[in-house]
Design a binder for this molecule. Structure first.
Ligand code: PGA
Length: 243
């Protein structure tokens, strides 16, 4: 199966013009572009081959929730995927596992494909607690789904060790493979027949992409910094096609 490459632009770029240029340069088959909300419409207009994703959503549909965006609103823009529980939101905005669970449920109900981000801090990693943290984030994150919705669910799980994000210091491919296996095993043993697409994120570039993609367990990548250069993300997608 083709690898899934997701470009997470985060709070970039600064202007609409730059967003248009980046989107048109990144219109590649097999790529999901996640621009900031305000650029979704312009980015969407540039895309013929790439698909559109969002970086977050709120769990309610409409109502008095200042500053929030709902899954239904995202669908109006042609959004197919939505990143949920990114560590930058967990750390900077206090997003909890329980909030993540509500967002996952809302995304599934709206027919959006959730990209559930999980991963441990440096301290948790050094203390040998990575699996414990990932297991908790997965279990609570999916806890609001009913058994019937889970069994037919298309979901992406992004293993993103926090210490590897934006640091230029990626995890080892061996560790990422072990965690990908752990994620699949955790979801099987938790009693549902859920088989997520497991991808890796954290300082993926064109230089190291092959080291991850050559492992069948790594089914794609969530790419931050390197997705802000159209040429770079193109090379990453090209590398993924070797497998
Ligand atoms: P990075 O970000 O590629 O810049 O490390 C990845 C992410 O946070 O999704």
């Amino acid at each position: 199966m083709a690898k899934l490459i997701i470009a997470n632009w985060k709070l970039n770029p600064a202007t609409e013009k730059e967003a248009e240029l980046l989107a048109s340069g990144s219109d590649i088959e097999g790529l999901v572009l996640c621009p900031p909300f305000v650029f979704l419409e312009k980015a969407s207009a540039e895309l013929k081959k790439a698909q559109l994703g969002a970086q977050d959503l709120f769990w309610e549909g409409v109502g008095p929730y200042t500053g929030e965006i709902s899954g239904g609103q995202l669908k109006e823009f042609g959004v197919k995927y939505v990143i949920i529980g990114h560590s930058e939101r967990r750390q900077n905005l206090g997003e909890t596992d329980e909030m993540v669970a509500k967002k996952i449920k809302a995304a599934v109900e709206k027919g959006l494909i959730p990209i559930l981000c999980v991963g441990e801090t440096k301290e948790e990693h050094d203390a040998g607690r990575a699996q414990e943290v990932v297991e908790r984030e997965l279990t609570i994150g999916l806890s609001q789904l009913t058994k019937s919705s889970i069994d037919q669910l298309t979901i992406v799980c992004a293993y993103e060790p926090i210490w590897a994000i934006g640091t230029g210091n990626p995890d080892t491919p061996e560790n990422a493979v072990a965690m990908a296996k752990f994620i699949k095993k955790t979801l099987v043993t938790s009693g549902h027949s859920l088989s997520p697409t497991v991808i890796y994120g954290g300082s993926v570039t064109s230089k190291n992409a092959n080291d991850f993609f050559k492992h069948s367990e790594i089914e794609g990548a969530l790419v931050g910094g390197a997705s802000l250069k159209a040429n770079e993300i193109k090379v990453i997608v090209d590398i993924s096609r070797r497998y």
